[in-house]
Design a protein around this ligand. Sequence first.
Ligand SMILES: Nc1ncnc2c1ncn2[C@@H]1O[C@H](COP(=O)(O)OP(=O)(O)OP(=O)(O)O)[C@@H](O)[C@H]1O
Ligand SMILES: [Mg+2]
Length: 281
Amino acid sequence: MQEVLKKKSLEKRVLAPRESRKTIGNINVQNPRMVCRNVDVYYDDKQAIRKVSIDIGRNEVLAMIGPSGCGKSTFLRCLNRMNDTIDGCRVTGKILFDGKDIYDSSVDVVPLRAQIGMVFQKPNPFPKSIYENVSWAPKIHGLAESKAEADEIVESSLHKAGLWDEVKDRLDQPGTGLSGGQQQRLCIARAIAVSPEVILMDEPCSALDPIATAKIEDLIDELREQYTIVIVTHSMQQASRVSQRTAFFHLGDLIEVGSTDTIFTKPSHQLTEDYITGRYG
Ligand SMILES: Nc1ncnc2c1ncn2[C@@H]1O[C@H](COP(=O)(O)OP(=O)(O)OP(=O)(O)O)[C@@H](O)[C@H]1O
Ligand SMILES: [Mg+2]
């Protein structure tokens, strides 16, 4: 009987009018790096993100979790205007980066995407050498004018990405010849090379084995000292290992946000609890 009642009330919650699903938890942080307010995203006339408001703090890792199709990648792409590249995708609401509206018509998206870099699910090195993978963007952005400057950026970025020792003797070889985990660290080095402020990661470990995953997770922890990181993950363990705050999405709504500890031990919303305990997925 209890079970039936619980199931009924859960169905009611799931089917409740979506307008009523206000975010639970504190969306604010002190001294935020990014501020998102009432963000809506449409693919043609289909709404994928509904009125999402959240701050993203400095030197924090924010994990975004939720069932497949709930809008995690869509929301992540809003943060550096990557959705601009998708036909029919429309973003409304406000997203501020250090107080500036990134959707303002005066904003040039090329430097914006360097400041707010992205690492994708599948490692995607350019079909070029390891050296060129890292040095290309700094050259384009005018950060490396001489060979010596480029050398320095390549070495320090590969160091920060934890890859230097493994590749220092073969910098002229193709990036695509590295292992999957090494390729992903190369992509992280490439993002770091232009001195970003924020790094967005969309399931960066989902194509990697546990050892490569552990290396990336350690790296994320180190990078947090210098960068703001937003990571989408399907792994609860990963979210709890690497993040300080967690945001749970469901059907385009931001259902709950809070400290990672609280979300994983004392979630307030039934949907969050059901998701983290694996009752649906
Ligand atoms: N390019 C697109 N054109 C049309 N609809 C899209 C597009 N990309 C995503 N969608 C839709 O928007 C919704 C959110 O998709 P999104 O990829 O953001 O989900 P997700 O949470 O990242 O899922 P997953 O965990 O499977 O990666 C889904 O209904 C999806 O079908
Ligand atoms: Mg996704």
